[in-house]
Design a protein around this ligand. Structure first.
Ligand SMILES: NC(=O)c1ccc[n+]([C@@H]2O[C@H](COP(=O)([O-])OP(=O)(O)OC[C@H]3O[C@@H](n4cnc5c(N)ncnc54)[C@H](O)[C@@H]3O)[C@@H](O)[C@H]2O)c1
Length: 348
């Protein structure tokens, strides 16, 4: 498997180094050859060259079997242009319409919800990744004046909504799960989210073994906190998915723990921790590498390397249970040392 690696900015570089270490080690242990090719794109590259992503950048990425990204965002690039081109650009250009974010608690002590343990927090969120409010349609009229008008349009297409909702049902069916919950705000957003309602109601009867429920997004946020155990699969739009998965990350022990995949089934897909570049933490060897390492496991699982992915997940679980982790989740190790512990506990 050939993987393009974009470490990016800030702690992205440090957690990616650990994820790479783990991928190489698990490959060695299981006799697989994973070719990892580092691409220099990020804030440093942009500030030196003026180039965010080369003109053939997206085509170049398509030639790999998968893409791994650390994080992008740097205070020296206040408009975040490079991040928009590299991260959002790749999501849009490679049509990575499934943003797959598992929310899985590994140890009760990491969960801020009173009395909740791993049995209560184990669900996945499918966030639509190519439409919604993030497509950049809109504009500002008379910016900077008292007459300023700012418009940002939300794009919902039948094709876009249908394929993500269908993916959620298909995933549930394939994994033997029995519940899919769709969240929108169709009571207030009566045009765009009526389409989500229509599609969900049309698709649900095609999956008779799966109970389809619906919550408005505000109610969903409340129920995630009050009773997370009721959820198995949640599907929602780009903005709402972005927000509720940060909430979900807190159930797992914080942003340092959360993994994600940007997927177009059957095509080159991109995997990254949910967190950003945390500039304040950068270069200090304190960032938690587990979100990145678990994203590497998601990548391997998605590409069919199931045993390798399981070995990583088991080593991560052991590190958490044995407190061999970084300070944000109660350990005393640095980023590199936490990565080393996981590498040393990768067993077939
Ligand atoms: N996917 C991405 O690349 C991505 C995602 C979110 C934000 N960003 C960018 O990152 C920059 C910083 O954004 P932000 O501060 O809002 O979000 P952030 O995720 O970088 O950090 C928020 C806070 O979460 C904690 N945190 C995050 N990752 C952690 C880790 N691995 N270990 C321990 N603690 C961790 C820290 O307390 C940190 O201050 C901005 O430029 C933003 O645009 C990038």
């Amino acid at each position: 498997m050939r993987v393009a690696v974009i470490a990016g900015d800030g702690i992205g570089k440090e957690v990616t180094a650990e994820a790479i270490k783990v991928i190489a080690a698990v490959g060695e242990r299981f006799g697989q050859r994973f070719e990892l090719e580092q691409l220099p794109w990020g804030a440093d590259y942009y500030l030196q060259s003026g180039v965010t992503i080369p003109p053939n950048g997206y085509d170049l990425l398509r030639e790999f079997d998968a893409i791994f990204i650390g994080a992008l965002g740097d205070p020296r690039v206040p408009d975040n242009r490079h991040a928009r081109d590299i991260l959002l650009g790749t999501r849009f250009e490679l049509d990575l319409y499934v943003n797959y974010r598992p929310v899985k608690l590994l140890d009760e002590r990491l969960c801020p919800l009173k009395g909740r343990g791993p049995a209560d927090v184990n669900f996945v969120v499918f966030r639509e990744n190519t439409e919604g409010l993030y497509v950049g349609v809109g504009g500002r009229f008379k910016p900077g004046t008292d007459d300023e008008v700012a418009i940002q349009e939300e794009l919902n297409t039948f094709k876009g909504v249908h394929r993500i909702v269908k993916h959620a049902f298909e995933f549930a069916g394939a994994k033997g799960l029995t519940k899919v919950c769709m969240a929108d705000k169709s009571n207030a957003m009566t045009q765009g989210h009526a389409l989500w309602q229509r599609v969900f109601k049309e698709l649900a009867p095609k999956y008779p073994g799966i109970t389809a429920t619906h919550y408005y997004i505000d109610a969903l946020a409340m129920y995630m906190v009050l009773d997370p155990g009721q959820f198995q699969v949640i599907v929602t739009n780009n903005l709402f998915g972005d927000i509720i998965t940060d909430l979900g990350a807190t159930f797992q022990g914080g942003l340092g723990m959360a993994a994600s995949g940007n997927i177009h089934p059957g095509k080159t897909s991109m995997f990254e921790p949910v967190h950003g570049s945390a500039p304040k933490f950068a270069g200090k060897n304190i960032a938690n590498p587990i979100g990145a390492i678990s994203s590497a496991a998601l990548m391997l699982e998605t590409k069919g390397f199931t045993r390798e992915a399981e070995a990583i997940d088991k080593a991560v679980l052991k590190a958490v249970r044995e407190h061999q982790v970084t300070a944000d989740i109660g350990g005393q190790l640095g980023t590199r040392e936490a990565g080393d512990y996981i590498v040393n506990h990768l067993h077939p």
